[in-house]
Write a protein that binds this ligand. Structure first.
Ligand code: SF4
Length: 167
């Protein structure tokens, strides 16, 4: 059977609401996203490897002396007071893929918020376990076909394309 790659979209979906994984991968429902649902979800494909995940990176900064490389994401927005979980997951995943695919160490990543001109440094090495646990949870939903608990943020349902079948 062809290997199923998890994607950055899966990670975004999971961080938005685990139930979306169930609808998309277990029930095979098409996902019609709203503009608000997840900005940046289009960033995927191209970059795949043995972790069984794929994504695309905006750009990569390489420090050959240290043998390190850092993903850089550009967001056309102002810097939020606190980074969203989906933003964190995305940059951490990119660091992981840089290590696997390109052989550099990637302890950090950067998110540039273009509208406020701010650059945020993310310690992607320290927070890697969070992404690995999220992927394990996604795979478990798919393997066991168990119906996950909904997001605790009910206002997210307003913009979700599955709201008509969910409640
Ligand atoms: S309607 Fe709400 S609970 Fe259901 S999948 Fe969408 S976000 Fe999750």
């Amino acid at each position: 059977m062809e290997k199923k790659f998890l994607t950055a979209t899966d990670l975004m979906n999971y961080s938005y609401c685990p139930r979306i994984i169930y609808y998309v991968h277990v029930l095979k429902r098409p996902q019609f996203t709203t503009s608000k649902e997840y900005k940046g979800r289009e960033k995927e494909s191209d970059f795949q490897e043995k972790l069984g995940i794929k994504t695309i990176v905006d750009s990569i900064m390489v420090d050959k002396e240290k043998n390190e490389a850092y993903p850089i994401q550009a967001k056309y927005s102002f810097k939020p007071s606190k980074l969203y979980r989906a933003q964190l997951f995305q940059i951490i995943m990119e660091s992981m893929l840089i290590e696997e695919c390109l052989g550099y160490k990637s302890p950090f990543g950067f998110i540039k918020f273009l509208r406020s001109g701010e650059l945020v440094k993310v310690d992607t090495e320290k927070r890697r376990q969070e992404v690995l646990e999220a992927f394990q949870s996604i795979e478990k939903i798919m393997a066991t076909e168990s119906f996950p608990k909904p997001t605790k943020y009910r206002k997210r349902c307003v913009d979700c394309c599955f709201k008509s079948i969910c409640w």
